[in-house]
Write a protein that binds this ligand. Structure first.
Ligand SMILES: Cc1ncc(COP(=O)(O)O)c(C=O)c1O
Length: 436
C-alpha cells in the first residue's frame, strides 16, 4: 500500500488557511487524498511520503516535455537572471509571436495571456467586437475555462435539457456565485450533430457572434469530430458571418505542432492555446486572422494583463516549442506510437479481466472509461460511464505506482518511453485484477 501519512497531514494543515486545501477545486477529488509532490523528473514523480509514480496526469496537460526538462529549465533560469518581468517590451515576445505565426496555420497575429480561461475571454470579446453580435454557440461536454460568461455546469447530464439552444437563460451555471444572467448569451448545443448545428446557425445567425468548440472533445471522453463536422462548422460560420473559435487549450501543440487545426487541415478564425505551450509555465494566447486581430492593433478591443508576455513565460514557450519542433516534430510520431500501444494494451486487459470499457485515443492523449458500450462517440453515451469505478481504479493505480487523473484523461510527454509503457501495462493488469 502507498504511504499517505504525510500527504494526509499536509492536506489537513493546508485546509487551515488555504481555501479548500487545494489551489484549484478539481484537485481536491483525488483519492485516497490530494497528493503532495516532493519532486519530479522526466516521466516520474515522487510524493512527500516517498511513493514514486510514472506520471500521466502531467499537471493536467502542460508538461509535454515531462518534469524539470533540462533545456527548458536552463532557458527559464537564463531569462530570470535578466529580469522576470519588466512591464515593458522585450525580444522574447517578438520572437514568440513570430514563432507562433510560423507554426500555427490559422495565425497571422497573436495576443499573449496567462491562462486558457483568459485566452477564451479575449477570443469571445474579439468575436463580439468584430461581428457586432452577442450570442455564442458552445457545446455540451466542452470546457472553456471558468469565467462567468462561458462556465456551464460541467460535465453534467443535466445539460441535455437545453438542446433547443435558443434560451441561454435556462442553462445551469457552473457554480454558485455566478450571476444568473451570465449565460444569457450562450446557446448550448449537442456536439457532433450536423443537423442541429446547421438549423441553429441558420435560424439565429443574426444574433450569433461566435461558435466555440474543442476540435476534439478532450474534456468529455476524447471524442473525435465526425467526418465532415468541423468542415461543416467552418463552412457555415464563414457563410453566415460568424467567428469560428477552436479552443485548442488541450489540443494545441499536443495533437501536432500545429494543433488540431493543423492536424485536421481546418482554418478557424481564432484559436485559443495554453497548457502545453509553456511546458508547465503559465502562458496562453489567442492566435488568429489579421482582420480579427487588428481590433487589438487599433485599440477597439482592450487586451490587458499585468504579467502578459513576461520574460519567464515567453522564454518557457520559446524553449518548449523549439524542442517540440526539432527534427520536423518527430516526437509527435513517437508519442502517438507509444499511446497507441498503451491504449490497445489497455483494451486487451479490460477484455482479459472482463471489465467492459472504451479507450478513445488520438495522438498523445486518450480517455479510458468503464462503460458497457462498444464505442463512445457522443456526450450522452459518455455520461453513462461508471465514474465511481474509474475513480477507484485510479486510486488502485496510485498504489501500483501510476499517477493518473481520476476522471479518465491520460497525457503522455516526449520523455515517456517503452519502459514506462511496459511497466504501466503490468500495473494496469494488477489493478484491474484488484478492481474485480
Ligand atoms: C479546452 C479548454 N479550454 C480552456 C481551459 C481553461 O484553461 P486554464 O485552466 O488554463 O484557465 C481548459 C482547461 O482545462 C480547457 O481544457
Amino acid at each position: 500500500m502507498i504511504k499517505t501519512d504525510i500527504t494526509k497531514s499536509k492536506f489537513e494543515q493546508a485546509k487551515a488557511h488555504l481555501a479548500g486545501g487545494v489551489a484549484s477545486s478539481l484537485r481536491a477529488s483525488m483519492k485516497p487524498a490530494p497528493l503532495y509532490a516532493e519532486s519530479a523528473k522526466g516521466a516520474r514523480l515522487r510524493d512527500v511520503d516517498g511513493n514514486e509514480y510514472i506520471d500521466y496526469l502531467l499537471a493536467y496537460g502542460p508538461l509535454i516535455l515531462g518534469h524539470a526538462h533540462d533545456g527548458l529549465t536552463e532557458s527559464i533560469v537564463k531569462a530570470m537572471r535578466q529580469g522576470y518581468t519588466y512591464g515593458l517590451q522585450h525580444d522574447g515576445e517578438i520572437e514568440l509571436a513570430d514563432l507562433l505565426t510560423e507554426i500555427l496555420p490559422c495565425a497571422d497575429k497573436v495576443a499573449l495571456s496567462g491562462s486558457g480561461t483568459e485566452a477564451v475571454m479575449l477570443a469571445l470579446r474579439l468575436s463580439r467586437a468584430h461581428t457586432g453580435k452577442r450570442k455564442v454557440v458552445r457545446f455540451h461536454g466542452h470546457y472553456h475555462g471558468w469565467s462567468d460568461s462561458i462556465f456551464t455546469s460541467f460535465p453534467s447530464a443535466g445539460l441535455a435539457q437545453n438542446d433547443a439552444g435558443s434560451d441561454g437563460a435556462s442553462i445551469v451555471p457552473g457554480t454558485a456565485g455566478q450571476s444568473e444572467n451570465s449565460l444569457e448569451d450562450i446557446i448550448l448545443l449537442p456536439w457532433n450533430d450536423p443537423k442541429v448545428l446547421e438549423e441553429t446557425l441558420r435560424a439565429h445567425a443574426a444574433d450569433i457572434a461566435a461558435v466555440i468548440s474543442e476540435p476534439v472533445m478532450c474534456n468529455s471522453g476524447c471524442i473525435q469530430p465526425k467526418e465532415g463536422y468541423l468542415e461543416l462548422m467552418r463552412q457555415l460560420t464563414t457563410e453566415l458571418g460568424i467567428v469560428l473559435i477552436l479552443d485548442e487549450v488541450i489540443t494545441g501543440f499536443r495533437l501536432s505542432l500545429g494543433g488540431a487545426h493543423g492536424r485536421f487541415g481546418i482554418k478557424p478564425d481564432l484559436v485559443t492555446i495554453g497548457k502545453a505551450m509553456g511546458g508547465g509555465i503559465a502562458i496562453s494566447a489567442v492566435a488568429g486572422n489579421a482582420e480579427l486581430m487588428k481590433l487589438i492593433d487599433d485599440s477597439t478591443v482592450s487586451h490587458l494583463g499585468t504579467l502578459n508576455g513576461n520574460c519567464v513565460s515567453t522564454a518557457a514557450a520559446l524553449a518548449t516549442l523549439r524542442e517540440l519542433a526539432k527534427d520536423n516534430g518527430s516526437v509527435y510520431e513517437k508519442m502517438e506510437q507509444l499511446f497507441i500501444t498503451l491504449a490497445s494494451g489497455i483494451r486487451e486487459l479490460m477484455k482479459k479481466h472482463n471489465l467492459p470499457g472504451v479507450v478513445n485515443q488520438i495522438g498523445p492523449v486518450f480517455h479510458m472509461m468503464f462503460i458497457d458500450a462498444e464505442e463512445v462517440t457522443d456526450f450522452e453515451t459518455f455520461n453513462k460511464k461508471d465514474g465511481a469505478k474509474y475513480a477507484k481504479f485510479a486510486e488502485i493505480m496510485l498504489d501500483e505506482g501510476i499517477l493518473i487523473r481520476p476522471n479518465g484523461l491520460w497525457y503522455i510527454s516526449t520523455v515517456h518511453g517503452q519502459d514506462e509503457i511496459d511497466q504501466t501495462l503490468q500495473a494496469i493488469d494488477r489493478s484491474l485484477a484488484r478492481l474485480n
